[in-house]
Design a protein around this ligand. Sequence first.
Ligand code: MN
Length: 346
Amino acid sequence: MSQKLSELIDLLKGHRVYIQTHNFPDPDAIASAYGLQVLLGKFKIKTVICHHGNIERAMTANMVSEFQIDMTADSELKYMTSEDYIITVDSQKGNANILDLIGNEVAVIDHHPVFCVVDDYKYRDIRMVGSCSTIIADYYRQYKIDMPSSVATALLYGIKCDTRDFTRGVTQLDVDIYSYLFPKADNRLIRHFQSGEIEYHELNAFVDSMRNIEVYDGVAFAFLNFYCTDAFIATISDFILNVDVVNFSVVYTRRNDGFKFSVRSEIEELNAGQIVSDALKEVGSGGGHKSMAGGYASESKILDISIDYNKVIQNLFLNIIDKIPHRGYKPKEEAEDVEVKVEKID
Ligand SMILES: [Mn+2]
């Protein structure tokens, strides 16, 4: 752990404190904020959880209502001043996925790689683990703080979502925390939250977009030709990665003035965060983890009257991916005349 919990407590004392998640918060972000709020409450530090953007998914909304987590949208924040302190969870200030509020971002607790270097935090705990919920749970475990079942359930659900049931970006700490949370959590509730991943009204659009998937050497592209939330794009990207011939997926949709991307990788050598960042650097921006990432491209840079924009997007990604040696990769020139070796078995 980079800094001690007592340093965070000392820092916050006497201030009005906000816990801010990334925009359109997902279960990991909300569970982290909730777990931290309860934890700080035990040290008599009151906090307000705030966020920008709706809580989009039924499964996330179910968790919020089940535990009556008090989330305040930025538009409802009446009293925040520049004197107030903000702790960002599951995100870092300066990133495109978190709105810059007037308060002072003094602390960060996150599990994303540092892409923008903003270095004036007074408290930082950034660890490359599977979820932010893991880090919050680790505070309870390390300092032997009593954890209510609601917090354990929320945090365990956060870990399961971000690691896609312990198959993505998992570290030893995530596994240790799982066994710490398991006896405290209500696993029946977690099953209930998990069962709402795809909403009924999305089914038609979902089926349509599945018909238009294009796959090139394991890299799948799918354009969602209807309005959908950021969380839905991510769900589809996860889903497409489950197809046997796909090991890297790029899913995108139109926004007002551009395209929104969700990217997933199951190949070690293909770092999703780095690839999105490189592919979109001339047309927008992007970044994230090795296995999950996102990005945005502005419409004016993508739309070309002579070429289908799907092709423009595919080329942006394939030009980067083709240069990276990876599983199943053949250098272009040599690919044709590789000798077929027949192993002799004695
Ligand atoms: Mn997360």
